[in-house]
Design a protein around this ligand. Structure first.
Ligand SMILES: C[S@@+](CC[C@H](N)C(=O)[O-])C[C@H]1O[C@@H](n2cnc3c(N)ncnc32)[C@H](O)[C@@H]1O
Length: 371
């Protein structure tokens, strides 16, 4: 039975009960230990082998084809899998990835009454717009995928948008492409600052999820009109409620980034954060073509997604590839082997650049201009 909680007397109270909070914090501590202490030993072990040192040297030389990189990464995966500390480090990562999702559901369920009450409470209007399309079909590439080992599918669980417990585990960094000790909030702002122009007036975030990245865009472009689009209706509902609560005026639209509903040449800047690795390369090509269509001449796209294998050392490439099968990210491998710079040039973008802002190739930025 759901617990009774008096949140009206303390609006700042946490939306996770102490027992769940403690459990999630332990998982965060395990993730941190695995990503720092264990991982640095695993890396040393890998490089101390003759084959590991050779693979690292070859990879650092660069200029390899995607096929050569794939072959090298596969050889490095086999080698790493033979090393005990690496196996323990990956065991902890997998355990945390699974357990975190279950504990998050428990933490949400034990606060069901609170969430229902919050959802029923009118919020101060910021004047934004929420455009839902519940009949919109999910794309074929979602078939059978429970991204990030989520125990419930997209939009299949009424409290699916209440995921604050996961943030408690991930706040230390040290998962997927995000290095340990990362400040993800500050990095989001840093990436938004990669737009070349400072006076963009209409900015669209494709695959916005909720509004965390839109809030970062608002910090850098406080006067810009903001639009967010995503397939996931629940994330948008949740994000819209938060936007209205914090006074951020946004338009949130449930749609596929391949068909944004925006007119030709009507957008000054398109931003994406952690979107492209969730879709096959061919779908990303369609997304880039749609972005080209809606941008005005001189408009910009800035992308932040996991770094390509070619931009990180061979051991980091092993870690990135692992997410494909172990954190249910089925397009991670093919997108890390892709080259967004070449894809954007092929569509007609100019001034295309790809570069890292921090260590371990993260955050990795790709930016371009429509001529
Ligand atoms: C990892 S989340 C990132 C969310 C957000 N950008 C952020 O910074 O927190 C990826 C998002 O991309 C969305 N997505 C995946 N494929 C999409 C598509 N074809 N069109 C629109 N959104 C998509 C998912 O629903 C999900 O919300």
């Amino acid at each position: 039975m759901a617990m009774q909680i008096n949140t009206t007397s303390n609006p700042n109270s946490s939306n996770i009960l102490q027992r769940s909070r403690a459990g999630l914090d332990v998982l965060g501590a395990m993730l941190k230990y695995s990503s720092t202490s264990l991982r640095s030993v695993a890396r040393e072990d890998f490089l101390a082998t003759e084959q590991g040192a050779k693979l690292a040297r070859e990879h650092a030389e660069g200029n390899s084809s995607a096929d050569d990189i794939a072959e090298r990464v596969d050889a490095a995966i086999d080698l790493a899998a033979s090393l005990p500390i690496h196996r323990i480090e990956r065991f902890v990562q997998r355990y945390v990835a699974e357990e975190m999702m279950s504990r998050n559901v428990v933490s949400v369920e034990e606060m069901r009454d609170y969430h229902m009450m919050q959802d029923a409470t009118p919020v101060q209007g910021a004047g934004g717009t929420l455009e839902l399309d519940p009949a919109a079909p999910l794309p074929a590439y979602y078939e059978g995928v429970h991204y990030h080992l989520s125990p419930h599918g997209t939009d299949d669980y009424d409290l699916g948008g209440k995921g604050s417990g996961i943030g408690r585990v991930f706040r230390y960094g040290g998962f997927a492409a995000v290095p340990p000790g990362s400040n993800i909030g500050a990095q989001r702002v840093n990436v938004v600052q990669q737009f070349r122009q400072s006076d963009l007036k209409r900015i669209l975030e494709i695959g916005c999820g909720g509004i965390f990245t839109l809030m970062s865009i608002n910090r850098v472009f406080p006067k810009a009109e903001l639009i967010g689009c995503d397939l996931n209706g629940q994330g948008l509902v949740e994000g819209f409620r938060m936007a209205e609560r914090v006074g951020l005026k946004v338009t949130l639209r449930q749609c596929d980034a391949r068909d944004t509903g925006e007119a030709d040449g009507s957008i000054d800047g398109v931003f994406s954060y952690a979107l492209h690795h969730e879709a096959p390369v061919e779908v990303n090509r369609e997304i880039f073509r749609e972005v080209f269509r809606i941008l005005r001449s001189g408009g910009e796209i800035v992308i932040s997604d996991p770094p390509p294998f070619r931009a990180v050392d061979i051991f980091d490439a092993v870690l990135l590839e692992w997410d494909n099968d172990h954190r249910e990210e089925p397009y991670f491998r093919e997108t890390c082997l892709a080259n967004w710079e070449d894809e954007l040039r092929a569509i007609g973008f100019v001034d295309v650049e790809g570069y890292a802002l921090g260590d371990h190739g993260y955050p990795w930025v790709t930016r371009a201009v429509k001529p």
